[in-house]
Design a protein around this ligand. Sequence first.
Ligand SMILES: Cc1cc2nc3c(=O)[nH]c(=O)nc-3n(C[C@H](O)[C@H](O)[C@H](O)COP(=O)(O)OP(=O)(O)OC[C@H]3O[C@@H](n4cnc5c(N)ncnc54)[C@H](O)[C@@H]3O)c2cc1C
Length: 519
Amino acid sequence: MKGLPAETDFIVVGAGVAGLRAAIELAAAGSVLVLSKTELPNFKTADAKSDAAWLSDEDEISLHLQDTLATGDGLCDLNAVKTLLEEGPERIEELIAWGKHHGTKLVFSQEITSSRSRALHAEGDVTGRAILRVLFEKAQSLKHLTIAPFAFTTELLSDGGHISGIALIDQKGVPQQVSCSAVLLATGGAGQLFRNTTNPESATGDGVAMAVRAGAEVSDMEFVQFHPTALHMKKVPRFFLPETLCAEGAYLRNFELNRFMMKYHPEAERAPRDLVVRAIVHEMEVSRSKDPFVYLDLTHMNATKVEKHFPRVYAAFMAHNIDITEDVIPVRPAAHFSMGGVRTDIHGSTNVPGLFAAGEVATNGLHGANRLPSNALLESLVYGARAGKAMRAAEKRAAKHEKQPRAAYSNGPVDTGMEELVEQIQDLMWNEVGIVRSRMGMQKAVKSLEEMAPKLAHPKTRRSHEASNLHLAALLVARSALAREESRGAHYRMDYPDHDDKKFLKHSVVRTEKVVFVS
Ligand SMILES: Cc1cc2nc3c(=O)[nH]c(=O)nc-3n(C[C@H](O)[C@H](O)[C@H](O)COP(=O)(O)OP(=O)(O)OC[C@H]3O[C@@H](n4cnc5c(N)ncnc54)[C@H](O)[C@@H]3O)c2cc1C
């Protein structure tokens, strides 16, 4: 590929669903540079092992107002939810049309269970992967749009308080700057903050950290959704087992192979997700293992039925020589989705002129305190398109940057001690700011993170930038979780197990180091 331009009209950081959808919108108004810090996905090859990364129990996009509000536990922004549901069908129909053109079949149908809800499925593929494929094909067919792989954005540049470009480390490890009129952050989640996560290795909170350094507000950072049953086996990717397996009759067993969910809820394995997650954590705590986990057991279920109902799960495990109809599966909870992020309005605008955000890195109040499964892809589509439209209206400006970005040199060599620091952050977050939280634990985490700061202050390589971003994002999550003295949605505190609507039926917002709560 050719080198990157020194100037472009628009920059989109992130080549996921949100970034690509925004870029497609922007390409009609000027030149667009889309950056991905990883390689671009290869849709030509498909094998069960690599397809496991796409496994999901939310294998559809569906439209549900009441369920979204109920899951958000009082904190959903009604306007953001309504916008999602009103504009969702149009975004989906458009996607189906683009898919048809490129030979990917997506179906948007009325669900049998409810006369009002409609759902999008991909035929013969995982829905998330099929959507990304359609967007890639559409984006690559557009004239003014360039997608650059292995381009690691390190910093946002500004001119008189207006975002005017970015600094990056390119494919060859060379630092560069690119000027533009407006930047969209679409960098995805921050699951790598935690020791156990379903997220890819690239989910290191870069977008949130860059935004905060540029003066943007972040909101609802304490709300992190955990998936109950991620595979826990050495040398096998941490893909997750769909919760629908429990709904179909799978059992959860503790380390001693005893079923335990009946102790926690009359619905046993079919109890609400957050309760199942906390029950598993408790069983892991009381087990005597140094490396605790529980088992998911399908061995009592009809093998042919399991194979037929869950063909992708079955195939993904068989690719690792595990027959889930004969063996119990070691699992434990894992960080899955960040409800919080860079604070935006429903057009993707942040409080910093020229800076926009969409997708998992952003928050506009859509998910509130917890996310309804399957709403994230639709969010990325609808709000990616909206952010693209808003950026088109951004004033075109001549390039001029105020200050030099933090130094960025090369891809390697790997910084000494950096991996240990990342592991320390992940352990602290998992143990003290994870599924079950308390004041003492979180104060300990904040103090340890603050003490670590000098070691991460001058990142030079890709990995040290990631470590530094993880560190900042960890502080934002820990401080916000400490400030919310109640339990709500995905945020559970042992010392405050109930809601406190009077004080906390509000969104947390981090301004500099201070957490404030706003309606
Ligand atoms: C295993 C799994 C299954 C899921 N299944 C579903 C589902 O079925 N339905 C649903 O609604 N949701 C699902 N989710 C959630 C959903 O997939 C995500 O929330 C959504 O894809 C986020 O899209 P995004 O565009 O915001 O970010 P992503 O798709 O995560 O893309 C982020 C992009 O940003 C780039 N990037 C990050 N940092 C930098 C940087 N510093 N410089 C340059 N580029 C950078 C990355 O390379 C990547 O291209 C799932 C999540 C996981 C982990």
